[in-house]
Every structure is written in structure tokens, then in C-alpha cells.
Ligand binder design. Structure first.
Ligand code: 8Y4
Length: 288
């Protein structure tokens, strides 16, 4: 009762996280930390990671590939050059576990060897070698649903039944992971809000998150600053903080275990307020 936690992974790869856990976003793309060279980029990323950690992040999600439609594809070497110095620096300097946001087998292998605690793949380990690399790492994984590819996913997303489609996809990827030797207890799933979905699809998924909890696996939800918030509120990406926090905690109250967010400090405020209320409710329950 009271403060609740959940576990993903086992043995050396075991992560015990508060529920909901806050995953802070650390983009290591050239546009994110204005390029004063490699060391400057690494140092800026490290400072940002420390700030995320102090602000309340339970995980730091390091990514070197932009999945924005129209973004230039990133080569294996480019992605390694971007993320590895940051992962290596974080391993020594920040206690908060790091997740590696990648789809590439080589990045999975290198990042986990350097200490990354979780593999976060928007392509659900469908790239060549990714499944085997994840299994070999022994690290827990997050499998996300996406319809199409980052370049074409928003062209004309169509579903027969969006919730059924997403559940079926995630179940098939969980089965592929288990077949590859990944422990079921080391798998989280994610509906992939905004990845090949219109507003109606995103709303359907978020208003029926219970149906995604069905397999009893941790559920990760990423809504932070996404276009669905713009579609509802009319606000530009830099004005979506309230929408992001409200939507994240709606998801948490509906069962989400991990919230992927840009605005960690504000998300932590919301978590503290809801925790105080929950603790009071738990005590009241014991009395009356
Ligand atoms: C402004 C800034 C507007 C960023 C949109 C965005 C997810 C994810 C992303 C997610 C998991 C994003 C890597 C998209 N979203 N991983 N990654 N789940 N597991 N867009 O929802 O933040 S990147």
C-alpha cells in the first residue's frame, strides 16, 4: 500500500522503479545541443542529464535518431558517435539509469555494454539483428507500436480497429522477444502515441489504456509536447506543458507505469501532489 513500485528485468538487469516512473528525454541530435563540437555537445548533454536527474527523472532516455517525418536517416556510425560519448559519460557521473532510444543492433550492443539499463525501441526490435542484440544484452526492453515508418507514418494512418490492431502488434512482438530468449518480465509495451496515428486514434488508445495492460506488462506512454495536444488546444509545441502534464497523469491514473517526458520538474510536481493525495486516501482507508 502507499508508495508503489514495479520491477522490470531480473538479476543484474533488474530495475525497480516508482509508479509512475518519470523517463526524461535527452536528445543527442545535432539540433538539440547546438554544435560547438563533440566535447561541447557531450558536456551540454551531460549537464542536461544531471538536471533531469535532480528534477526527478527515474530514467534518462538517450536518443541519437530523430523520428520526425522528413528527418535525415542516421547511419550506424553517426548514431554511435552521437550517443556513445554521452552514455559513457553518464555511466560514471549520474546514478539515474539510462535507457537507449535506438532501433539499431550495433547501438543496442554498444550502449548496453557501456551501462544502458533499458532498450527503448520505437520499431519494437524489428530491424535486422536488433532482437538478437537485445536478447544478448540481458537488458529489459520497451516495445512501441508504430504504423508505417517515420517518413510516411502520418500520411494517411488507417486502422480497422486501432486498439485491437495495436494490442495484436504488441502481443506479436512480445512473442517474438520471448522466442528470442528475452524474459517476459523484462518487457514493457507502448502504444506509440503519435506514431502513425490521427487524433482520434491517439484518443481511442489513451481512453482505453486498460486494454493495453491486458498482458500484465509495464506500460510506457509518451505524450509530451506531441501534436495531439496541439490538435486539441491549438497550441504550438513550446506551449504544450499543461497539456503534456495533464495527459501524462491521466495515463498514469489509467495504469501507465512509465511516463516519457521532456518537462521532468513539472511532471515531478504533479507526481508529488498525486502521491500526497494517494497516501492520504490509503491512510483513510485503513481507519474507516
Ligand atoms: C515535440 C517534441 C513534439 C517531440 C513531438 C515530439 C516515444 C518514444 C519518442 C514514445 C517511446 C517525440 C523515442 C517522439 N516518442 N519512445 N520516442 N514512446 N517508447 N516527439 O511515445 O517525442 S520521440
Amino acid at each position: 500500500m502507499g508508495d508503489s513500485t514495479f520491477v522490470i528485468g531480473a538479476g543484474e538487469a533488474r530495475l525497480e522503479l516508482p509508479r509512475p516512473a518519470i523517463m526524461g528525454v535527452l536528445n543527442v541530435t545535432p539540433d538539440s545541443f547546438s554544435d560547438g563540437g563533440q566535447h561541447a555537445t557531450r558536456d551540454a548533454a551531460l549537464r542536461h542529464a544531471e538536471a533531469l536527474s535532480v528534477a526527478g527523472a527515474d530514467l534518462i532516455d538517450v536518443g541519437g535518431e530523430s523520428t520526425r517525418p522528413g528527418a535525415a536517416p542516421v547511419s550506424e556510425q553517426q548514431e554511435l558517435d552521437r550517443v556513445m560519448p554521452v552514455i559513457e559519460a553518464l555511466a560514471g557521473a549520474v546514478a539515474t539509469p539510462v535507457s537507449i532510444d535506438t532501433s539499431k543492433a550495433s547501438v543496442i550492443t554498444a550502449a548496453t555494454a557501456a551501462g544502458a539499463a533499458l532498450i527503448n525501441d520505437v520499431r519494437a526490435l524489428r530491424e535486422p539483428g536488433a532482437l538478437a542484440a537485445a536478447a544478448a544484452s540481458g537488458r529489459p526492453v520497451c516495445l512501441m507500436h508504430m504504423q508505417g515508418t517515420p517518413d510516411d507514418m502520418q500520411d494517411r494512418p488507417v486502422y480497422d480497429r486501432v486498439i485491437d490492431d495495436v494490442v495484436a502488434f504488441l502481443e506479436s512482438r512480445v512473442a517474438a522477444c520471448v522466442d528470442a530468449g528475452i524474459d517476459r518480465g523484462a518487457i514493457a509495451v507502448d502504444p506509440g502515441i503519435g506514431f502513425g496515428k490521427r487524433l482520434e486514434h491517439n484518443l481511442a488508445l489513451l481512453s482505453h489504456l486498460d486494454r493495453l495492460l491486458d498482458p500484465g506488462l509495464p506500460l510506457l506512454v509518451g505524450v509530451s509536447r506531441k501534436s495531439m495536444i496541439g490538435a486539441i488546444t491549438g497550441r504550438d509545441v513550446d506551449q504544450r506543458l499543461v497539456g503534456s502534464v495533464v495527459l501524462a497523469f491521466f495515463a498514469a491514473q489509467e495504469g501507465a507505469h512509465i511516463l516519457r517526458v521532456h518537462d521532468v520538474a513539472e511532471t515531478e510536481d504533479a507526481r508529488r501532489i498525486l502521491r500526497a493525495l494517494q497516501a492520504t486516501r490509503d491512510r483513510d482507508g485503513a481507519i474507516s
